[in-house]
Write a protein that binds this ligand. Sequence first.
Ligand code: FUC
Length: 811
Amino acid sequence: MSQAIQTSSWQHKISGLIISYVSCVLLIYVTSSAWADTLPMPLALSFTQPALDWESESLPIGNGALGANVMGGINEDILQFAEKTLWTGGPQSKQGYDFGLPPAGSDYPQKLKSIQNQLSEQNQLTPEEVAKVLGRDYQGYGSYQSFASVKMNFFHNEKAIRNYQRSLQLNSAVARVTFTENDVVYKREYFVSYPDQAIVTRICASQKGKIHLNLSMVTAPNRSVNYSQSDQQITLQGVLNDNGLQYASILSFHHKNGKTIQHKNSVEIIGADELWYTVVATTNYRQQYPNYRGTDALSKAQQSQEKLLGLTYENLLTNHENDYRELFSRVTLDLKQQATTLSTPALLAGYQSSNTAEQDRALEVLYFQYGRYLLISSSRAGSLPANLQGVWNQYEHAPWSADYHVNINLQMNYWLADVTNLPETLPPLFDFIDSLVEPGAQTALRLFDAPGWTLLLNTNIWGFTGLIAWPTAFWQPEGAAWMAQHYFEHYRFTLDQDFLTQRAYPVMLGASEFWLSTLQKDQQGNWLISPSYSPEHGNFTAGAAMSQQIIYDLLTNTSEAAGIVGDAENQKRISKVLANLAPGLLIGSWGQLQEWRQDLDDKSSEHRHVSQLYALHPGNQLSPLTTPELAQAALTTLNSRGDGGTGWSKAWKINFWARLLDGDRAHKVLSEQLLHSTLKNLWDNHPPYQIDGNFGATAGIAEMLLQSHLGEIHLLPALPSAWPNGQISGLKARGGITVELAWLNGKLQHAMFNSQHSQIINIRCTDCTDVSQLRDKQGNLITMQKRPDGFNFIAKSGVNYRLLVSSEPLN
Ligand code: FUC
């Protein structure tokens, strides 16, 4: 992936320095010297103590498939890890499993009809009344599992330990623990490599012969365990009791000098100068409906292990850093923050109290980039998408199974992917959604007697596209339509015609087919969704705002896509329905955007779902720039709901306020999230820990600085007064356009654009109305056409265009 616009930053220079010293001893010298302490703080999370609590204090590392948590205990260092495909439940579950669906030919479609009839007579039904008829108990749903833990038991004198540091470098995705014991400096390094598909750890000491530990692997009791060890390896394999899914993991270790002693279920390494190990872990899961079983887990693990043979630690580190940096370094954010020596918990605790404004901004920049780090670490091609906990999990029964909820959560996980220039994180999402189309067609057929495909509230890795019985959440048949938006948005960001034709359009059309046959006509001739349920709030009705808006968005996008791929027939069919589809945009008695078709909104409700604002974000049906009255109603609604809520709810509100072009309010909600919904390791706290809020907030910050959903690139649309000066580079606008922005005293100073495609680019920029200075790299002046609040110009593919708004010097 080429990165056309790059600004160098001190962060890159420093981490570059560090990796050039990869041997154990030199690495210790560089990062523990007094000189190192005077360097500006790189993007890093840091703790001065080992983690006591996994959820709030561990440091997460991962490569999409594998996620591990660095606790960094001095004498007992437990590196717990998870692998995305290790799940209980599914077709082979002892509990029984039916994908959440009644058998083919059941009377479910008639039951649905009876609810529709009742709703057209009574207007409303309670969730309990509907769940009694349409809800369904389910079995064998399963849960994401912890895979195992590597246990490192050392023999340090804890009383003699000084200068303990535990950190996670976001520029390199390497975690480190350092401390001194008497005059010996110890260092541990941990990372998870995507190119080499392994967890890697190295343990160093500044004097020879000082490494002494017991190394072992343990796993959870809900599975069979076959443990074996040799002078170089520990192998752990077995099957989950619930569903017989095979798992296998191989830890392979290397030590310089010293000796090993074999104990029962552990290996003791004594007097080594250095030790490093790799861990590969896999299962026999295959992402294929309906059986979900593939190659034997142990042979897969052995194959992965064989690929590591001959690689040194330095090779592994270099491969990892090269791969990771290429993605992470594309976006830099500078808010004129202060380099800080505060630990992350101290920086968080002092936020908006004892911190300086520059320290607060350091936290905000860190939090923004942490979202990108977490997405790279939990979503890469070849595995499953980021779930409710990304890829990290220590439980046998994770909260909500650490599954994929599709009434906000999975979607929010990917809002940042395109805009923050990480398209490589998207393949797992699209592969996963593609794999739901076949079971989702059964859902359409058996529940609705409809063609196409859909899914409801939640799904797992076993194609669960059916029903649960939880009254206040279970009914969400718009799930597939909402997921289809991600395909079209990815197309909008890239203009990748092959992706549109081969991947996006079939999925979108299938989701549309379902709705074309499922919509209900009311007496006035409007197409409505019935029954319809506004996520987790109020009663069942027909035509709740979010249902209508999602389907409006789906059909609009599919019709546009049909035009591009040349499917005139479907374009016509869809447009005809669209013409009579209620758009879900009604203004109610107190000026609010109605959540339901009837004016039922309670002014005092602070419910965390503000689903009726889907049209504002992630949809693009309403905006202060195109529909000011509706935008005012959205604002009234948002004010009534307040700035609180769970982690993801606040993250969504950052995006809402950014789309309402209110930077100060967006920043206020970001502050609320940092103050009240963020754990010490900066993980989002729903509570419990749930990763969507991290991703949603990073997307929201991007949305404050750049928007492109209305056919124009809006520069600094919601810049808060708390960020008067700054610079961001590498963000993507729709159309495949990379953007760099710098601002001073709240005003745009310069911008740079580089488009993958030759095209006309429309720019909205309140500070640019007098602009006469758009130049290409060679300094040639480019013709600009004035537009209201901006201009447009013809961009040639791959050329850097620089817009100089102010002649004040840059930085
Ligand atoms: C949705 C939300 C909950 C929670 C769950 C995982 O149902 O309403 O708050 O995030 O997903």
